[in-house]
Design a protein. Structure first.
Length: 254
């Protein structure tokens, strides 16, 4: 019995060593220490660096708004929601699918603009060929050109008049704070125009189904429930997603 207990003790000792060994080995590996603190700036360069970090964090926090307001995303997502509402499919496709589709199409549309920004602003700044201010100015120019191409002159004149500014000699002199809201209004109007055209055939189907049910005396049966399959069938037969995406992408590219 004593020998058996002695053998079991050796086994337990080996198991304990195996359990403790990884902890000991892990403790020998140095872990980097990261600290964030607030200290008094001793040099002007330290203060400038802190301001740059704050500006960078601000830009990163505003990145979703920049994506929505200065690209083709606004028109795409509004039209996609009009499609879902006109088909009366409630939550199909879901918001995640519509937003994801709008994002990927936005990247496809904005790729030439992003390539121009990379060639004229990002790469020269990384290589030290231009200053930070020049890089920002070079990055704004392609975006402004893209927005002005889709902005109605009427909307642009509205914000110029509200600000009390005269007409600039060249489009490059227009302030970004004037171009962006004018661009958003123009995009919303275009999206609502497309949504109106999408609703017309669906409204016609609703009217036909409602009049048919009324003539059959089925007044208690919701017309939307009966018309939804016909709407989906019509949308699929005409290849609706292909036609709508094609027309919107060509509207931005051409």
């Amino acid at each position: 019995m004593f020998r058996k207990l002695k053998g079991d003790g050796k086994v337990i000792l080996v198991l304990m060593l195996l359990m403790v060994a990884p902890v000991v080995l892990h403790g020998q590996v140095g872990i980097p220490k990261i600290t964030i603190g607030i200290e008094e700036a001793k040099k002007p360069e330290d203060f400038v660096l802190a301001i740059r970090i704050v500006l960078l964090l601000t830009i990163l926090s505003l990145a979703p708004s920049i994506l929505i307001m200065m690209t083709s995303f606004t028109r795409l997502i509004v039209v996609f929601h009009f499609i879902r509402t006109s088909l009366a499919t409630q939550t199909a496709p879901s918001n995640q699918i519509l937003i994801g589709l709008a994002l990927f199409i936005t990247f496809f549309i904005m790729k030439p603009v992003l390539n121009e920004i990379n060639a004229s602003a990002i790469q020269p700044y990384i290589n030290g060929e231009i200053t930070q201010k020049e890089a920002i100015d070079n990055a704004i120019k392609p975006l402004k050109k893209f927005m002005l191409k889709q902005t109605r002159p009427k909307d642009l004149e509205l914000f110029l008049d509200l600000r009390g500014e005269g007409r600039p000699a060249t489009p490059d002199e227009l302030a970004l704070s004037t171009v962006v809201p004018a661009f958003i209004i123009s995009e919303l109007k275009t999206a609502f125009q497309i949504g109106f055209l999408l609703y017309l055939p669906m409204l016609l189907i609703d009217m036909v189904i409602a009049s048919t049910l009324l003539s059959l005396g089925m007044m208690m049966l919701p017309p939307i429930m009966i018309s939804m399959p016909f709407k989906i069938m019509l949308f699929v037969l005409v290849d609706g997603w292909h036609l709508i995406v094609e027309s919107m992408v060509k509207g931005f590219i051409q």
